[in-house]
Write a protein that binds this ligand. Sequence first.
Ligand SMILES: Cc1ncc(COP(=O)(O)O)c(C=O)c1O
Length: 384
Amino acid sequence: MDFSRLKQAVPSSPAFILDRQQVEASLQALAHLRRQSGCRVLYSIKSLPLSAVLQWVEPCVDGFSVSSLFEARLVDEITSRGGSLHITTPGLRVQEIAEISTRCSHISFNSLTQAQRLLPEVEIRCSPGLRINPKLSFADDARYDPCRRHSKLGAALQDVAVAPLLRHIDGLHFHSTFASRSFQPLLATVQHLQEVLGKRLHGLRWLNLGGGYLFDQMTDSAAPFVEMVMRLRESFALTVYIEPGNAVVGRAGYLLATVIDCFESDGKTVAVLDVSVNHHPEVFEYQRKPSLQEESPDGAHAAILAGSTCLAGDLFGEYRFDAPLQIGQRLVFQHVGAYSLVKAQRFNGYNLPDVYALDADRFELLQQYSYRQYQEQWLPMASE
Ligand SMILES: Cc1ncc(COP(=O)(O)O)c(C=O)c1O
């Protein structure tokens, strides 16, 4: 990425920029795994449901995975509907199940009770499955550990193993970690699954291994993963799916911001930006410091980068720079493609960033929000 060009060429700030080349590079890594192992790849749109991304990704994946009726409708509208469409969510509503199971090819119920209540309502063309909770924790923070104690995500594997319902479903789904750069959690989880379910795996048609892996940045060899998927396919005749989100878009997203004020506070420099943590809420949710392109770890000048809202904790963190920050200077947060724009909101009435695609050296404006959309959210519905 040519950052000085990005800062000069993008007309507006704040801006969210998605680099098509980087999305395609990440898809290459997934295509390689798919070719070697025969697994099927779905793009989990919850990480970034931008229509341009769905269109770029569609030719390179076997389908999409969604978490709600709205996401399913969006995939239907934007893509050619050729591939699979998987859904799993604790939030299935009885009044939506008919439409969901018409639009989706696979549904993984989140609990045994959800399955018992809603299985009879599922349309015949939709393949029913169950999300299991393997109860093997790999995430170091309970806030994003699906296998935490008293988890709401998936039916306990031990309970599923003895549930009569197992005879009435076609597949299993699990998603058990977050941003892992190692295949080890996945290998350990599948091994555990095989130990608990044993021959009962023969009665199933598919297994969805979820997301949570940065398949484009793995630090260990893919060979054991490839071998594991081939074994599942050959020994149990299972169709094996993975459904990454972050691995597809995470590294492709940039948030361009401008310094709009700069002052001293109790002996430290505070630089106020024209963005806020509400444009990248995981900064606040998980107290993460996002990577900044301009940061120079040994730089002589430190500054706290602060968001524009009234919240005292609306801070990106303290960064070091080679030169003091200037009002009007542009800065770029990097690797913010996943779970940023999709969670962004307009607290304090600060607008969402303009959205650009960087495609073949050209910045194309995809979305520009206006006061009208803010107003629509808060004014009463117009009476007919
Ligand atoms: C069920 C399920 N599948 C897939 C994903 C995508 O995960 P990631 O973006 O970490 O690959 C998530 C993320 O929360 C998920 O809950």
